[in-house]
Design a protein around this ligand. Sequence first.
Ligand code: GDP
Ligand code: IMO
Ligand code: MG
Length: 433
Amino acid sequence: MKAVVVVGAQWGDEGKGKVVDYMAASFDYIARCQGGHNAGHTVIWNGKRFILQLVPSGILRPGKIAIIGPGVVFDPHAFLAEIDALAKAEIDVKGRLFVSNRAHLIFPYHRQLDQASEANRAGGKIGTTSRGIGPSYEDKMGRRGLRVADLLDTETFRAKLEALIREKSAVSEAAYGQPIDATGLVDSYLAMADRIRGFVADTAAMLWRAADEGRSLLFEGAQGTMLDIDHGTYPYVTSSSATAGGASTGLGFPPTGISDVIGVTKAYCTRVGEGPFPSEIHGEQGEAIRQKGAEFGAVTGRARRCGWLDLPLLRYSNMINGTAWLVVTKLDVLDELAEIPVCVGYKSNRKRTADMPAQASGYDKIECVYEKLPGWRKSTLGNDTLEKLPAKARAYLEFVEKQSGARIGMISTGPERDATIVPPGTRLAALLS
Ligand code: GDP
Ligand code: IMO
Ligand code: MG
């Protein structure tokens, strides 16, 4: 069985879109398992830039089947806007894009509640994407959410949504002094039902049938390990399971069927939004990396915070996900540096510790221990073989490999598809052959 999970090893934006687009050439099905249109996965291909939010990055490869699984929270407006944009770019999605009938719906009041909750949060903002992701998952876990199947059941949808709006409006009024304005809401959703109907399927059954027939499956994670609801820097996280296990629950695909887990990490580190970031670089050097790496959010345009590669975090991520193979992206962004600090360990109360704090406040007591590696000061942009990399860039990667406990099976040296190195003879190379 070839069923491979690709997860973000850090706080998201590691380059999963580029990696999944590259890998998708060697897979039949590409599926999103969790998150929603808070994700922004950039693919640059033939000089054209696509930012995929709900639709799996594999859609850009002709003939591939793309699936939005039951674990995703689904905003029909965002979905239709995305397929319209794909149609404009002459990407035909007909007959090869499917949405789970069990995916939970996002409504405009989820966005309103997201914003109101951020504005009123004791302890300060999380810095969400304001897409209504958290409130929609709250309704799912509260067992009051409505799903794609409910939207298609047009005879009962109106009554169900109207009852829900009454409840949500009372809660919002009590908590934030803001009732929910639902004028035209039911009709606007019903108007989208017909356009969406043709995409809806029981995607868990589809994936299993495909696996049974010997098809290969690629599961595209969104967000990253440190944004995972259980294992990330809670409460500065997203509301879904962004680790490898989330692929299984989010798709209804058994864990025993997953053959490989691949973690994607930048050669350094970024995070967007609030929350702990032990290896964050403040000041000019952080700004230089932000500019060179174009570190601005694909969805919100927000400046991403930049930091050095954090190896304790990467080891933690590899442990939680069971990552055997890593993809290191954005190596080229470090090209100009004379030396590159890497966080090799944490110190707490002047003692080395291997533990990741359970509380966000625990990170305040942590200090990174850095080792400085020599920079290569030569362009690696677009390099497509290991041999083309400067010796010091190779040494940097070898150091990361040794310290992280996982093998490096792919290196990205630029945003374009062909700016990719896959050293031959590895398991990852075999998955792509
Ligand atoms: P994702 O959310 O994990 O898919 O990542 P994003 O698309 O949000 O952010 C990654 C950004 O880095 C995008 O703008 C990519 O085009 C870009 N990118 C990906 N790989 C590389 C690389 O190796 N080098 C450079 N310079 N940019 C890259
Ligand atoms: P991709 O898939 C980076 C962050 C937000 C915020 C926190 C909660 O592109 O890697 P949410 O709107 O999910 O409730 O916000 O999570 N966040 C991301 N950061 N990449 C993402 O997705 C993200 N999705 C959410 O910035 O800090
Ligand atoms: Mg992104």
